[in-house]
Design a protein around this ligand. Sequence first.
Ligand code: UDP
Length: 258
Amino acid sequence: MARRRQLFEGRAKVIFEGPEPGTLVAHFKDDACSESNGITERKTGTIIGKGVINNRISEYLMTKLSEVGVPTHFVRSLNMREQLVRAVEIIPLKVVVRNVVAGSFAERFGLAEGEALPRSIVELYYKSDQLKDPLVLEEHVTAFGWASPFEIEEMMSLSLRINDFLSGLFMGIGIRLIDFKIEFGRLYESDQMRIVLADEISPDNCRLWDAKTDEKLDLDRFRRDMDKIAEGYQEVARRLGILPENGEPDNPGPRLVK
Ligand code: UDP
């Protein structure tokens, strides 16, 4: 088989050219990375089995979202670590939706982690490693041409719909959706353009707390040097009912490699 052409390598995924025009293959890695945010330092490492679980969780959540009418880039799962997605033009913004105070938000406003917000808050960050993803206003987004007013409106309303749906879905399995980060892309079809959900939704970019104990089941376990990091990811997949049949991914079970 011809070698696939790698187009991009990010922190948690490698993107290859897809088998048909307009498609890409997303390969989920076990690499973990967190940025310093004033609370925790930048940290890299490996969580064995994470890629397999995130591929599955993201497939599941994107499929559920598209069933309720949220357009996504997801096409189909290819294997344990890979999924086929539509090639989109990524909008250079990280859209963060928050329900409960946590992470950098707690720091910024001097609030205690775990406090429920009076209403869900949507924030926009400009995607730039060099600038450390600054928080931006709609003014910056339109002035610098990163997205149009219509596109911002569309991303905002889709984000709130996604939040409502995912909050309910997770609450049904005893998990609180504290906050999450999503990305959107422009999908060009004939002469039409649509904004669709892209990237991934997984415990790498959501804060997920056990509803009874507030136990963290996400990347914060890694960021904050806690134990049982991979077990958190597995627990989310287990409660969603989507762990591979024998309960094991393609290895004896995820563990942190220091
Ligand atoms: N997040 C992410 N990628 C980023 C920044 C944030 O996936 O580059 C997610 C993070 O996991 C959390 C939410 O977005 O679920 C809000 O993160 P926050 O701004 O509090 O930053 P953090 O404390 O994670 O640095």
